[in-house]
Design a protein around this ligand. Structure first.
Ligand code: HXC
Length: 258
């Protein structure tokens, strides 16, 4: 399917979704987020796709929600449209792993979109921030919630209350990003990580993603029980037999998603 605000490329087992509103530093408007939700649903349905990468341009992953689109809205407009609620639910409902490959600005909704992905690989040029306070509002796509869980209260308060940007090194140190790589090799590194994920059994991949996300929703004892039951259930798959047999036979596993 052809989109206007994103470029979708499926190569081997990896779908790369590139945000493409260069004139607005990939600001997230309803059109773009609608297309992104559709493209993610399509990638989730496509049996060939085993991992997804969301990326932007060198200068900006995304500089936030589109301020021009939001500026004229009233409280009632925002409430009745549940502004970006359904789009963000659609993004986080994606079952296949999503890597955010971030170069340049990831601000406001851009930082929040990156945090909706499963992990973030950052170029050394990346800058993260929740500057909504400068606009007289607050983060509205998870910036006060996910960021606090990811980097802790003190740093999240600092970011959200001052609106300051965090560079890639600080973001890695704080646990916001999983790794920092040179800007010129960002896509290569993201692709290598996606290829690694694509080699695994899709069954254990989907269950592993679900269980890590459970950690954010449940108490520790509930989460541990959920994990244990999911672990037990994987012993009903051919891929478990294959993975363990391959280890013992000193060969690489040939997973068939069964
Ligand atoms: C609309 C944006 C934009 C945005 C940049 N642009 N960010 N348009 N919404 N969020 C546009 C600019 O208006 C400009 O267009 C073009 O992109 C280039 O931007 P410049 O400002 O000229 O670039 P530069 O000087 O390099 O500064 C880059 C920047 C700055 C530091 C990233 O653009 C900036 O501060 N942007 C806003 C960041 C922000 O406040 N984000 C939070 C948004 S609120 P023209 O046409 O003028 O050339 C949010 C809420 C999320 O995200 C919750 C939603 C539910």
């Amino acid at each position: 399917m052809a989109y206007e605000t994103i470029i979708v490329e499926v190569e081997d087992h990896v779908a790369t979704l590139k945000l493409n509103r260069p004139d607005a530093l990939n600001a997230l408007n309803s059109h773009l987020l609608g297309e992104l939700s559709q493209a993610l649903a399509e990638a989730d349905r496509n049996d060939k796709v085993r991992c997804i990468i969301i990326t932007g341009s060198q200068k900006a992953f995304a500089a936030g929600a589109d301020i021009k689109e939001m500026s004229e809205k009233s409280y009632v407009d925002m409430l009745m449209s549940d502004f970006f609620g359904s789009e963000s639910n659609a993004i986080t409902a994606t079952r296949k792993p999503i890597i955010a490959a971030v170069s340049g600005y990831a601000l406001g909704g851009g930082c929040e979109l990156a945090m909706m992905c499963d992990f973030i690989i950052a170029a050394d040029t990346a800058k993260f921030g929740q500057p909504e306070i400068n606009l007289g509002v607050i983060p509205g796509l998870g910036g006060t919630q996910r960021l606090t869980r990811f980097i802790g209260k003190s740093k999240a308060m600092d970011m959200v209350l001052t609106g300051r940007f965090m560079d890639a090194e600080e973001a890695e140190r704080s646990g916001l990003v999983s790794r920092v790589v040179p800007a010129k090799s960002l896509m290569e590194e993201a692709r290598a990580a996606a290829d690694k994920i694509a080699e695994k059994s899709m069954i254990s991949t989907v269950v592993a993603k679900e269980q890590v996300n459970v950690a954010y929703e449940m108490t520790l004892s509930q989460g541990l029980l959920s994990e244990r039951r999911a672990f037990h259930a994987l012993f009903n798959t051919e891929d478990q037999n294959e993975g363990m047999a391959a280890f013992m036979e000193k060969r690489s596993a040939q997973f068939r998603d069964r």
